[in-house]
Design a protein. Structure first.
Length: 86
């Protein structure tokens, strides 16, 4: 079993990036999908079965981080909107 991690950020998307994948039918700025499955195709099938607008062909075009579930590892860590304190 592995964990499959996709992230796509469109915050600074422009018309010059017209060929860039769009991973969801919904409007988004930042999309994250984390799925536990035996292989990448099973992970994509689970996302498709969820029927929440994930565009599977575009997810296939993006790099996907694959993490084995037999060791400790940080899967996702992010600060959003942080302000530096002096």
């Amino acid at each position: 079993m592995k964990i499959f991690f996709w992230r796509h950020n469109k915050t600074y998307h422009s018309h010059s990036m017209i060929d860039e994948p769009c991973v969801s039918n919904e409007f988004y700025l930042d999309a994250v999908a984390i799925v536990a499955a035996e292989n990448k195709e099973e992970a994509l099938a689970l996302l498709a079965a969820e029927k929440k607008g994930w565009r599977i062909e575009d997810l296939r075009a993006l790099p996907c981080k694959e993490l084995p579930m037999n060791k400790a590892e940080i899967i996702f860590s992010e600060l959003r909107g942080s302000i530096r304190h002096l």
